[in-house]
Unconditional design. Structure first.
Length: 89
């Protein structure tokens, strides 16, 4: 056996311990499960999402699209003008 030290804030640790206790696990057992899953999956065993619920790649693509639209997109003075432009297409 080996020892791993992890730095985290106290609030996160206590919240995680409460969740794990409800599952019948302690923090050490949960971390061991996580490490085994990393090895089995050959990577992080879950999808990493940004605060917007997207993967970092999806968010970067969206931000790129937004930047393009701001630079090249058409602007309309009103919803009516937009509607008329759509009908003409």
């Amino acid at each position: 056996m080996t020892t791993i030290q992890v730095r985290t804030n106290e609030k996160t640790k206590k919240a995680a311990q409460r969740v794990l206790a409800n599952l019948g696990l302690d923090l050490s057992s949960a971390i061991n499960i996580y490490l085994v899953q990393i090895v089995q999956k050959n990577g992080i065993p879950f999808q990493i999402l940004t605060e917007n619920g997207m993967t970092p790649t999806e968010e970067a693509e969206l931000l790129k699209d937004i930047a393009w639209t701001k630079k090249h997109g058409k602007r309309y003075a009103s919803a009516r003008a937009l509607h008329e432009a759509i009908l003409k297409e």
